[in-house]
Design a protein around this ligand. Structure first.
Ligand code: UD1
Length: 373
């Protein structure tokens, strides 16, 4: 069985890594790794291949940045050539980035079966590009591997057949559990002069938070208050970096100035980090502020309070059972949530069912038996 695995952007690498590792245990599977090049900076891509011991991609499409239509279309054109040449039995796509939908759409038109890993998650907010990617990818995928029960309900409501849906667990958590010990060797806390539980970790890049100046400014006002209560560490995403420059925000918020090191500055901006450094920072943080999808799940497993700067989440289990709180982009709600996290040392949380490190092995077993049918 020949399987093409697709990665494109940062959140894909940790999802595909355990699947490839598992497939390599089965002699009857031939794997091919295709990197679309949606993310291309060293610290958005190469670092992750090293940290996760991912094999070098067999094919690199080198697409790069662009508008959504440009990026999606370019990936389709180049990926089609790969599929025509390689004729795989199956394409595996993960997550919800533009590379996910572009490659799924290309495969289905060539009559090639598709497995979507992390299917069925819905924010019910179609202004999010990822929601469109999720809806379309699931609509055309043959095998839908889900991470939580809510996904099954969503897929059934959208008319998917029950026998296409497999509750396999969470491959991203496979990677987290595998690397947690290794991450402890990271020197990142020392190099940033941070002490365990004495800082908040921030990630912020979603268009809805940083592309609108007013919303972005409101979030920065909240961060200006928070950094006086607890040191904030922020690995800056390239999109956000551009927006800080475009809106000329450093004059209004001098704490955003690169390279400032005075003691008063409790806002530490760094370049995007590799997987192990970031995992270590997350594990040792007092709380995490984020607008990412996956980080809501990772903090749930780590038992670290997660304050999500969004109005909705496609991952409701992180609220029902995990450590997640939604605060939107409201200045006061963000500040209040951080104050609450500072009061309590530990978040009461349960690890969701099947987030146990064996998701990839379940997925590969299911695929082996389903593809024989
Ligand atoms: C993409 C995903 C998002 C995911 C995020 C994680 C989509 C629709 N969005 O958003 O779900 O949470 O990745 O990082 O697929 N850039 C660089 N270097 C890079 C990559 C991007 O400088 O290696 C810059 C580009 O100028 C680009 C901007 O960042 O315009 C945004 O990149 P893009 O891939 O379009 O989307 P993300 O915001 O990264």
């Amino acid at each position: 069985m020949k399987i093409v695995n697709v990665v494109g952007a940062r959140p894909n690498y940790m999802k595909i890594a355990p699947l490839i590792e598992e497939m390599e245990k089965h002699a009857e599977i031939e794997t091919l790794l295709v990197h679309t090049g949606q993310h291309y900076d060293e610290n958005m891509s190469k670092l992750f291949f090293e940290d996760l011991s991912l094999p070098k991609p067999d094919v690199y499409l080198g697409i790069g940045s662009g508008t959504h239509a440009f990026q999606t279309a370019q990936i389709m054109i180049e990926f089609e050539k790969v599929l025509v040449r390689e004729r795989p039995d199956l394409v595996i796509v993960v997550g919800d980035v533009n590379s996910t939908v572009a490659c799924a759409l290309t495969a289905t038109k060539l009559g090639i079966k598709i497995a979507h890993v992390e299917a069925g998650l819905r924010s019910f907010d179609r202004s999010m590009p990822e929601e469109i990617n999720r809806l379309l990818t699931d609509a055309i995928s043959d095998f839908l591997f889900i991470t939580e029960k809510s996904a099954e309900d969503n897929l059934l409501k959208e008319g998917k057949a029950r026998d296409q849906i497999f509750f396999a667990g969470n491959v991203m958590i496979d990677t987290l559990l595998k690397n947690k010990e290794k991450a402890r060797q990271s020197q990142i806390l020392d190099s940033l002069k941070l002490r365990r539980r004495e800082y908040a970790l921030l990630t912020l890049h979603r268009p809805s938070n940083v592309d609108d100046e007013q919303i972005f400014v409101d979030i920065l006002k909240a961060l200006d208050v928070i950094r006086r209560k607890i040191t904030v560490v922020y690995p800056v995403h390239p999109r956000t970096k551009k927006k800080i420059e475009e809106f000329k925000l450093t004059s209004q918020f001098p704490f955003l100035e690169a390279g400032r090191t005075d003691d008063e500055k409790r806002f530490i901006m760094v370049e995007p980090l590799g997987y192990l450094d970031f995992l270590q920072l997350m594990s040792q943080a007092r709380c995490v502020l984020t607008d990412s999808g996956g980080i809501q799940e990772e903090t749930t497993v780590l038992g670290i309070p997660c304050i999500t700067l969004r109005h909705n989440t496609e991952r409701p289990v992180t609220i029902d059972q995990g450590t997640n709180t939604l605060v939107g982009a409201d200045r006061q709600r963000i500040i209040d949530a951080v104050c609450k996290a500072l009061e309590y040392d530990n978040a009461a949380a349960k690890v969701p069912v099947k987030w146990d490190g064996s998701a990839a092995s379940r997925i590969v077993q299911i695929l082996l038996s389903e593809m024989k049918k």
